[in-house]
Ligand binder design. Sequence first.
Ligand code: PLP
Length: 320
Amino acid sequence: MTTLTFAGVLHAADVIAPELPPTPSWNYPALDEAVGTHVIVKHENVQPTGAFKVRGGVSLAAGLTESERRAGLISASTGNHAQSLAYAGRLAQAPTIVVMPLSAPEEKAHATRLLGAEVIRHGATMGESCDYAGRLATERGMRFVSPGDDPAIVHGHATIYLELLQRHPDLEAIYVPVGSGSGAAGACVVRDELAPDCRIIGVQSAAAPAAYNSWRSGQVEQAACDTRFSGVATSRGSQLPLSVMHGRMDDFLLVSDEQILDAMRLFSTAAHTLAEGAGAAALAGLVQHSERPRRCAVVCSGGNADAGEIADIGAVAAVA
Ligand SMILES: *Cc1c(COP(=O)(O)O)cnc(C)c1O
C-alpha cells in the first residue's frame, strides 16, 4: 500500500507555494481567557475556497498526467473537498464532476459550480455518494479521486502542519478536526519529523464517529452519520489516514454537535472568526478536554458556514 512520507509533504509544499500563500496562525487574548490556556488558531477559513482542502486539490492538480487531465476528475464530497476538486480541475484545465449527498449544503454545491465543476446530487451519505462516483468513474473513464485515500491529497493537507510547526515549534498539542482523517494523518507525519513531543489530538462529532471507531479498532469501520456539520459528516473510516493515525495519533476526542455550535460562537465572539461547524470542532475538543496543554493550537479548518449555522450562532449568542 502507498505510504505517507515527510518527503511527500515537502514536495506538496513546493507545488502549493506558488498558488496558495501560508495562512495566518496567531493568538487572541479573549480566546485564551475563555479557554484558560495559550491557543494559536491556524486559519484555514481564509483559503480561497474557505477551507483547507484546497491544499489537497492543488497538490493533486500538480501531479496529474496528460491523459488524466483529458479524461477529467470525479469525486464525492459534502462540499469542501468538492470546491477543492473544482479548483484543481480549473487549475489543470480538467473537466470535473463532484457527487454530493442530498443532505450537503446548497451553498457549497453552488460554490462548486461557480468554480466550474458539474455537481451531481446522489446518495444519502458520503459513503453512498462515494460508491456512486466510483461507478461513474469506471463508466466514463474518468480519474476517481478518493477524498481520504489519495496520497497527493493527504500530503497537500499535511502542509498545514508544516506551516504551523515551522512557525510555532514549541506547541505541546495540536487539536485537529477529523472527518476522513486526512488532516490528522498529515499532522502525525509532520509532527514525527519536526516536533516529536507535540501531541496530535483528533476531534470528531460524536454523531458521526466512524473515524474514531476505526482509530480505536485499527480497522476501517462504518458508523451512523447524524451530525449536522457537513465537513465532518463521514460514515466510514479511510484506510490510508487510518494506517498513520492508528498507533501514532496521541488521543481522539468526541464532541457533541451542541459543543461544536458553542465553539463556533466562541470563535465569533472571542476571535472575530466565522467558522463552519467542522471548522470549530477542534476548538470544541480543546474546550471540553480534561487536560490544558500550556501552548496549543486549534485548526480552524473551514469557514463555509451555511445559512442555518450562521443563524444558530446568532440565536445562541442572543440568549447567552
Ligand atoms: C473535510 C473537513 C474536515 C475533516 O477533514 P478530514 O481530512 O476529512 O479528516 C474538517 N473541517 C473541514 C472544514 C473540512 O472541510
